[in-house]
Design a protein around this ligand. Structure first.
Ligand code: ME8
Length: 535
């Protein structure tokens, strides 16, 4: 009922908001796909619970204004142009996000200023002198360890950045600082009490260990407007611009209507978040800075932070500045989005170690899923088998002797619980593994029983056909988060009505009525890409 459902906190999942300083690469697609898998799983698990899924672009700061300048463009026009590329990827990759956030939007900027005033009202902001080695040409401070002394052509000693070689000078400027140091105890207690709040566990341990041993320093949260105007101005102090990370992190709140008027700390809008997907490169911002901000605002902590590993190219991190990136659009054109999604989820689903992007491995995944799923569907829906079975007859699991002692039946009976456990613990790799195990067992059963052969008794053909089609149906439901369009084709082929594709329909004993099975559907047609020779 609507009264009951209005008390349910919407499921809330996020990706990082990406810097639109260049076009998206495969790493960005990966974060989107992982988040999409959780959003879609939430949908099939609880179809009545609303899902909020936020992705978007992080448009302020020096990095962006410099990139715009290099193109001879105004920063906003530059962001308008590049954020379209990220939106295009969302569409092309079948990402079911409910909101594409841009930090240059009016509501977001207002929310950032509101948050700033709240921190200020609580006495958590103060002005301080910040000093260090500053490069005018690079427009940034460098830590002592990254600065070295050189002797120039006139024999004069000079300090330079080791990274860029540009001259640095000792500079002092006024910044606002946030009293991050006063949140050490709160954060330490939070992570000590919530062991599964950061996944994989290695990151949880590292953050907790850090909080236990390294004192937090107050955080500089503004830049002089003289150096940086492309950002949200500090309220009532136009001399200063709010630090881009404070601005960016606030997007997770502003995208679901913060500041909230519900008197319930954003619960009816979805706060706290259920899963926030990030790359491990931005763990500190999400595991320390953001929770400190939330604690300052007296808001509940995010429930789970998933920090995934990086895609590498020849073992180096793919990055826009290095230029060794895989174009996700080209990969989708080449392999099809669902094969790419399957590859990202399967090869990248452990989140633990960095993984190398390799066209050969994508091909191998395509071959695997074509044989496990595509061929199984073709064989089990073939006219040869359909001619041997009565489509209206159903044998009862647990009673009919022909359905007993089949490993596949056991796997399918456990599958809903196995999937639920894996997904709620963010074990995407294991979730894919459970589906693969079921499909593998079904393929084995087919080869073993040969239900299409006249030599196989028709009662056996009937039983095997039923359990294999049930397997395809149940796997089809569970594949929806991973390969949404292939799963839809699969379920259409099996004649499963659209309103029978949720978790409750994965009970082996209670098959929904099929509107009829089609024969001759090829789920993974041979590649039409130019790299294969056509006959
Ligand atoms: O950091 N492998 O934006 P960004 C896997 N705007 N994932 C990768 C990756 C790789 N090689 N490279 C990037 C920012 N990513 C900030 C975030 S959030 C409030 C602000 C993914 O464009 C990964 O999720 O540099 C990483 O955290 C994110 O893209 C960084 O994207």
């Amino acid at each position: 009922s609507s009264a009951a459902s209005s008390n349910v906190k919407p499921y809330y999942v996020t990706t990082p908001i990406f810097y639109p300083n260049s076009v998206p690469h495969i790493g960005h697609l990966y974060s989107m796909v992982v988040a999409d898998i959780f959003a879609r799983y939430a949908c099939l698990r609880h179809p009545d619970r609303p899902v909020h899924f936020v992705t978007g672009t992080d448009e302020h700061g020096l990095k962006i204004s410099k990139a715009a300048q290099a193109q001879g463009m105004q920063p906003l026009a530059f962001c308008d142009m590049l954020s379209e590329h990220f939106k295009g990827l969302v569409q092309k990759a079948n990402i079911g996000s409910t909101r594409f956030a841009r930090t240059t939007s009016r509501e977001h900027c207002d929310a950032v200023q509101y948050l700033w005033r709240q921190l200020d009202a609580k006495g958590l902001l103060y002005k301080d002198l910040h000093s260090g080695w500053y490069s005018v040409s690079d427009e940034c401070f460098y830590p002592e360890l990254q600065v070295t002394k050189v002797v120039d052509s006139e024999g004069k000693e000079q300090h330079v950045s080791m990274e860029t070689g540009s001259a640095v000078e000792w500079m002092e400027e006024e910044n606002y600082k946030f009293r991050l140091s006063s949140f050490q105890g709160v954060l330490e207690a939070h992570y000590a009490a919530n062991k599964d709040s950061i996944y994989p566990p290695q990151h949880h341990e590292a953050i907790l260990q850090q909080l236990r041993t390294v004192p937090l320093q107050d955080l500089s949260v503004s830049r002089p407007s003289a150096r940086l105007t492309w950002g949200v101005p500090v309220p009532d102090d136009a001399e200063h611009t709010i630090y881009v990370w404070i601005d960016a992190l606030t997007v997770y709140l502003s995208s679901i209507g913060f500041p909230w008027q519900d008197g319930n700390k954003g619960k009816s809008s979805g706060w706290p978040s259920d899963v926030q997907v990030i790359g491990k490169d931005i763990l500190r911002f999400h595991a320390i800075y953001f929770p400190a901000m939330l604690s300052a605002l007296d808001l509940p902590m995010p429930q789970k932070l998933l920090a995934h590993s990086h895609w590498t190219m020849d073992r180096r991190k793919m990055s826009k500045s290095v230029g060794n990136v895989v174009d996700p659009m080209a990969a989708i054109d080449e392999y099809g989005i669902d094969v790419v999604r399957y590859y990202l989820a399967e090869i990248g689903g452990k989140f633990k170690d960095d993984v190398d992007w390799s066209p050969a491995l994508v091909e191998a995944r395509r071959t695997e899923i074509t044989s496990l799923l595509g061929n199984l569907l073709s064989r089990s829906t073939s006219k040869a088998i359909r001619a041997r079975v009565d489509p209206d007859k159903r044998l009862i699991y647990g009673e009919d002797p022909l359905l007993k002692h089949r490993p596949l039946v056991d796997i399918l009976q456990r599958l809903p619980a196995d999937m639920d456990a894996a997904m709620s613990e963010l074990r995407v790799y294991d979730a894919v593994g459970h589906i693969r195990a079921a499909l593998t067992a079904a393929n084995f059963l087919m080869s073993d029983s040969r239900p299409w052969a006249k030599s196989t008794p028709s009662a056996e053909a009937q039983a095997v056909s039923q359990v294999v089609l049930d397997c395809l149906r149940i796997c089809g439901v569970f594949l929806q988060p991973f390969m949404p369009s292939k799963a839809a084709t699969l379920l259409d082929t099996l004649g499963i009505p659209e309103d029978c594709r949720a978790w409750e329909h994965t009970d082996l004993a209670r098959a929904p009525p099929s509107t009829g099975v089609c024969s001759g559907v090829i789920l993974f047609p041979k590649s039409t890409s130019t790299s294969t020779v056509s006959p």
